[in-house]
Design a protein around this ligand. Structure first.
Ligand code: PFF
Length: 449
């Protein structure tokens, strides 16, 4: 089997495309709003720097050395007698679980693009709330339709493969996304709300930081960097030969963080300009933002379209990286054609995705819930809080304890220099696994913070 290689810039854009997603533009701002701003942001930044970046280097390394799908890469690199480590490669399946609800949210975004074009923006918060709640609570057919459109777009790109699909689309959508977001930032900077947004995001209010916020910040740093499910690993199997893992991981981490901060600043500047509340949960982008933008007249409609377009771009480039690992696995291990693998996987998450969207509706909500929790939330919680940290834990243990030290030093030490290498090695061996273990045990209720 021959693995296609990315170009250097293609790899950076693809990995950044994976990292920069709904997590940055939708989830990060509303979490920051809910958990009170500055202190949450600070914890998030520290986790990214000390744990996220190290695990990203480790995950890229497994891909670059394994040069295959997730399962085969772990199997190849595991020492003799420990080949059962290949089962860690099943972390690739996390992506399919994430896709069940991720694709539904992309569907909402496409629906918003559509309605903004056809009927403009809502005039009052009441109206915006009603529109969002009706979509999520009652409009089953519309949701299924746009979820299906999202499945088809993502499936088609993955079907075209690493070079003609994934690399090409990322080379177009990522720069476009950045131009839109930085353009919106420039405008936001002219508003009075911008100062307030800066203060809200960067002045830590420690009293707001409870243990839940702390755990969510760590969990989110994994989600936002696409770690712990083999997306970065699978892409790194196609890393160009002479690319530096350290440098690439650094650029990707930096871009991801920058875009989350810019998205936050843009949204909060608009909100504060008109005195809106930051802590509104997942509806922040779907309810408050469109209402606020309505105040800007025609310009507001253009801003809203650009914003949701950027959100759609970010979502799609991440979604393809959620599907690719399992597709590559089916091709490598079971000799599927790419087309068949994409069809099978897409069908599975399309179907479960319908279950997820039904779990928020008034008519089916009860049926699609377990123990009073909607299926949507169960899927999100399981991946975000348990499976991704578990994946990150396995990656850091594998690289920190099972790969030969000489091999690590030969690659990462050469790239980073000895001193930085020591810090990285320490993080991968001790800080990352302990923090992740602690977090999982806490979430499962075994230990309390
Ligand atoms: N990093 C993406 C985001 O922030 O939206 C989500 C994601 C993509 C998570 C790919 C995990 C992954 F493997």
């Amino acid at each position: 089997m021959k693995i296609q290689r990315f170009s250097k810039i293609g790899f950076i854009m693809a990995a950044a495309g994976s990292a920069v997603g709904l997590g940055n533009i939708w989830k990060f701002p509303y979490m920051t709003g809910e958990y009170g701003g500055g202190a949450f942001v600070l914890v998030y930044l520290i986790t990214i720097a000390f744990i996220g970046f190290s695990v990203m280097v480790a995950e890229m390394l497994i891909g670059a050395l394994g040069r295959a799908d997730t399962v085969t890469s772990f199997e190849r690199l595991a020492p003799p007698g420990k080949k059962w480590w290949k089962y860690a490669g099943f972390m690739g399946f996390n992506g399919v679980i994430i896709m069940t609800f991720y694709s539904v949210v992309i569907g909402w975004i496409l629906y918003y693009l559509f309605t903004i074009v056809t009927s403009g923006l809502p005039e009052t918060t009441e109206e915006a709330k009603r529109a969002f709640n009706t979509l999520v609570g009652d409009q089953i057919a519309a949701q299924i339709f746009f979820h299906t459109v999202s499945v088809i777009i993502v499936g088609y790109i993955v079907y075209r493969g690493i070079k003609a699909g994934i690399e090409r689309i990322n080379l177009i959508l990522m720069p476009a996304l950045m131009v839109i977001l930085f353009g919106l930032l420039l405008y936001a900077m002219t508003l009075d709300g911008f100062r307030e947004a800066l203060a809200f995001m960067f002045e830590p209010k420690w009293e707001k930081l409870n243990s839940e916020a702390l755990i969510r910040a760590v969990g989110h740093s994994f989600f936002t960097l696409s770690l712990g499910m083999g997306a970065i690993l699978t892409y790194a199997a196609s890393l160009p030969k002479d690319a530096s893992i350290t440098q690439t991981a650094f650029i990707v981490t930096f871009m991801d963080t920058l875009i989350a901060l810019v998205a936050g600043l843009v949204i909060f500047s608009f909100l504060f300009q008109f005195g809106a509340e930051p802590g509104q949960g997942p509806g922040l982008v779907f309810i408050s933002l469109p209402t606020i933008l309505h105040n800007f007249g025609t310009l507001g409609v253009i801003f809203a379209l650009l914003f949701f377009l950027a959100l759609a771009f970010a979502g799609v480039t991440s979604a393809i990286s959620l599907v690719e690992p399992v597709v590559q696995y089916l091709i490598d291990r079971f000799h599927f054609t790419r087309g068949k693998a994409v069809l099978l996987i897409s069908f599975i998450y399309w179907l479960v995705g319908i279950g997820a969207l039904l779990s928020y509706t008034n008519s089916w909500g009860k049926v699609m819930s377990v123990g009073g929790k909607p299926l949507f939330d169960i899927l999100e919680y399981t991946t975000d809080s348990i499976l991704l940290p578990l994946g990150g834990f396995l990656i850091s243990v594998f690289v920190g304890y099972l790969l030969p030290k000489s091999q690590l030093f030969a690659q990462i030490g050469r790239e980073m220099g000895e001193r930085a290498y020591r810090v990285w090695y320490f993080s991968v061996r001790y800080i990352a696994p302990l923090a992740l273990l602690f977090m999982m045990l806490n979430l499962m209720g075994v230990i309390e913070l």
